[in-house]
Design a protein around this ligand. Structure first.
Ligand SMILES: Nc1ncnc2c1ncn2[C@@H]1O[C@H](COP(=O)(O)OP(=O)(O)OP(=O)(O)O)[C@@H](O)[C@H]1O
Length: 407
């Protein structure tokens, strides 16, 4: 398929005629814009991160290109350049948020990004250097959902050079980011390494193909494991119980993935716990004991592994009930409408007011992390502890679906 064919057919059959394109001014996104503009009603958007002196001029450059072709163009500004931590990562996340909000406000549901097979291959090599596991080596997906938008990478399987060739043929200029030449950056080293691999007959597209397949395989396995976890979660306590003997007989990689899936399911976190912490936990699991990780408590006792929510992790979570209903952590709480009531963890304070809690048959730690209805400091009802006729607390599965398909 030619680039033009991909722009016309390979983009997304469900995409409406109007799509957004995120354009930095670099070759990949300029080509994406030009190619899609031939077949769709496009709106371009550029984020000025204010990180480099040239950023404003680059945004203006995209603006002039769009004005010449009557393509609407918006420049969004990011003021977070003083953000702590990994600045590039913060900028990337901010960009997604800003563009997502822009798309929402202009009624655009689909936005294209200019990533190519070279981006995939460079990322793969950089992660290989950091000894990423199989999951870490997953490539970017051609399509994902985030910030209320469907994001597309229509040219993810194409090389950067092919896109540049297209631009040269069309006489379209692009901006070269000077940091792309700075050998201090791992990405630049990865790009050079890719060049060297060509003599072996390995090119960016070959590596990109592997990382894309790996991403699909990892996502499929993760979904299967999450479904397995979901099936084994106790409806009553919301805890996950795993037989230690069966768990110990599993392949180490599967054990690791199952634990990660379980921790994410119980905590609802949309990121995985640190690999080193998971390794330490796995080494300890067969022994009797109690540990916490990722907002969960993991207990080994009587031949079973119990993963429960850590009470401390939800200690400050308070949600006001609206007409007797609220979603709290991973629970849907419903009951009669009452004024000035909130859902918060039962906690130690609540347990002290429930002398009969043992009758539930649930561990103290599970009950402490379960929802209860409070009016100020007064415990009104504790559904899991068997109090309060007419009140129910049920595991709410919707809360977990969104991040399963992210990326
Ligand atoms: N400042 C920005 N404004 C809008 N979109 C951006 C911006 N920076 C990056 N993007 C989008 O994210 C994609 C990937 O970003 P990346 O940083 O890899 O690209 P780049 O090297 O800046 O530019 P290009 O990919 O266009 O050559 C871009 O192709 C583009 O679609």
């Amino acid at each position: 398929m030619t680039l033009d064919d991909i722009a016309r057919h390979g983009f997304d059959p469900d995409a409406p005629r109007r799509v957004g394109v995120a354009v930095s001014g670099g070759s990949d996104s300029m080509a994406t814009l030009a190619l899609l503009a031939a077949h769709f009603e496009v709106a371009a958007v550029t984020v000025d991160h204010g990180l480099r002196a040239e950023a404003a001029e680059e945004a203006a450059f995209v603006g002039r290109f769009c004005a010449d072709r009557c393509i609407p163009h918006t420049i969004l500004r990011w003021d977070g350049a003083s953000a702590e931590g990994n600045l590039m990562d913060a900028a990337r996340r901010a960009r997604l948020g800003l563009i997502g909000a822009w798309a929402g406000s202009t009624g655009i549901g689909h936005v294209a990004l200019g990533h190519t097979a070279d981006d995939q291959a460079e990322t793969f090599l950089m992660r290989l250097a950091r000894e990423a596991g199989l999951e870490g080596l997953s490539g970017m997906r051609p399509r994902f959902e985030a910030e209320g938008v469907t994001w597309h990478r229509p040219f993810l399987a194409q090389t950067r050079e092919a896109l540049r060739d297209y631009l040269r043929r069309q006489g379209i200029a692009w901006v070269d980011d000077p940091s792309n030449e700075n050998e201090r950056f791992d990405r630049v080293k990865a790009r050079q390494a890719l060049g060297a691999l060509k003599s072996l007959g390995v090119d960016a597209q070959a590596i990109a193909g592997v990382t894309t397949n790996l991403a699909s395989a990892n996502a499929a396995l993760h979904r299967l494991l999450m479904a397995e976890v979901e099936r084994h979660v106790s409806e009553q306590s919301g805890d996950l119980l795993i037989d230690v003997a069966g768990f110990s007989a599993m392949e180490p990689e599967l054990q690791r993935r199952l634990i990660v899936a379980a921790l994410r399911w119980i905590s609802g976190a949309d990121y995985a716990p640190r690999a080193s912490k998971v390794q330490t936990l796995l080494a300890e699991l067969p022994r009797q004991g109690d540990r916490t990780l990722h907002g969960c408590r993991i207990t080994t006792a009587k031949g079973a592994l119990r993963i429960t929510r850590e009470a401390q992790a939800v200690a400050d979570l308070r949600v006001t009930l609206e007409d007797g209903a609220a979603t709290w952590d991973r629970w849907e709480v419903t009951g009669p409408a009452m004024d000035a009531t909130e859902v918060a963890a039962l906690g130690e304070a609540g347990l002290r007011q429930c002398p009969d809690w043992r009758e539930t048959g649930l561990p103290r730690a599970s009950l402490a992390a379960s929802p209860a209805i409070w009016r100020g400091e007064t415990l009104v009802v504790a559904p899991l502890a068997g109090f309060g006729i007419g009140w129910q607390a049920r595991i709410c599965r919707d809360a977990f679906d969104t991040w399963l398909i992210r990326r």
